[in-house]
Design a protein around this ligand. Structure first.
Ligand SMILES: Nc1ncnc2c1ncn2[C@@H]1O[C@H](COP(=O)(O)OP(=O)(O)OP(=O)(O)O)[C@@H](O)[C@H]1O
Ligand SMILES: Cc1ncc(COP(=O)(O)O)c(N)n1
Length: 273
């Protein structure tokens, strides 16, 4: 049996809603074999990040080399990278293994405000990692930091996508979760030529911990299977919508999303037909 494989290079979330844990759950649900290289351990739950313990760049490199030299990967996702040493080391590994299906989720700040990327590392991300990316998936505040511009509306978002594309990323997805006062959320995709828009109804819930990680992991899984960028983003939008809709009501703060919901819905619809 041949199976597609995806590697996530990200931080561990002890609460299981975001980071490495969200990525592996998503890969599994989308029938992709998941592997991980951990960049940092966080002591985290639905109430917030209580501690951040980065690993050395060498520890990250050794994990990636163990995978690249043996199992290989059909797609790579990066999440929390924490500092410029790790970003530079990860970029070198991507080049060494000639990985081209690279999805960069430029994680910067956790929902509760904790910093998951040091300020000095933003330049390293722009210079070393973004030029290697097939897709980058910033939320609105992350797109503002990466472009240095304020984003107030969809026009600004289109301009930001063009600026990010000019840094060498082939496809830019700017997510709409942070656009305020809108009943409809729009995730925007720019491939350097055309803009595509994926619109979803805003779901009223406090349980959105890890939505960004889960969304980018779903894109990565679909890319690993050889699907197009458009198809992968479309599937990821459906995956995250079901995961938010059927939330698990866990914890006292911002709870995780439901990684089972997308496949459960698919199975239900097959049953009905
Ligand atoms: N309340 C909501 N209702 C419906 N969809 C949502 C909601 N919040 C976020 N999404 C969707 O979830 C995905 C992630 O978007 P968002 O902009 O929240 O990313 P993020 O800020 O990186 O996530 P995180 O909160 O994990 O940091 C997008 O597809 C977005 O449209
Ligand atoms: C290890 C890790 N990676 C990423 C996030 C971002 O997720 P969120 O913004 O939903 O807190 C996180 N909280 N923890």
């Amino acid at each position: 049996m041949s199976i597609s494989k995806a590697l996530t290079i990200a931080g561990s979330d002890s609460g299981g809603g975001a980071g490495i844990q969200a990525d592996l759950k998503t890969f599994q649900e989308l029938n992709v074999y998941g592997m991980s290289a951990i960049t940092a351990i966080t002591a985290q739950n639905t109430l917030g990040v209580h501690g951040v313990f980065p690993l050395t760049a060498d520890a990250v490199v050794q994990q990636i080399e163990a995978i690249g030299s043996d199992l290989g990967a059909d797609a790579i996702k990066t999440g929390m990278l924490f500092n410029s040493e790790i970003i530079e080391a990860v970029s070198e590994q991507i080049k060494k293994f000639n990985w081209s299906r690279v999805i960069v989720d430029p994680v910067m700040i956790a929902k509760g405000g904790a910093s998951l990327l040091q300020g000095e590392a933003v330049d390293a991300m722009k210079k070393h990692l973004l030029p290697l990316a097939l897709i980058v998936t910033p939320n609105i505040p992350e797109a503002e930091v990466l472009t240095g511009m304020k984003i107030h509306n969809l026009d600004d978002r289109r301009t930001a996508a063009e600026v990010l594309h000019s840094l060498g990323v082939k496809n830019v997805v700017i997510k709409g979760g942070h656009a305020e006062n809108e009943n409809h959320l729009v995730d925007l995709l720019y491939d350097g030529t055309e803009f595509s828009y994926f619109s979803s109804e805003r779901i009223e819930t406090k349980n959105t911990h890890g939505t960004g990680c889960t969304f980018a992991a779903a894109i990565t899984a679909e890319i690993a299977k050889g699907n197009t960028v458009y198809h992968s983003v479309e599937t990821a939008v459906s995956f995250i919508q079901e995961a938010i809709k059927e939330d698990l009501e866990l914890g006292q703060g911002h709870g995780p999303t439901n990684h089972w919901a997308y496949q459960q819905k698919k199975r239900r619809s097959l049953h009905v037909e």
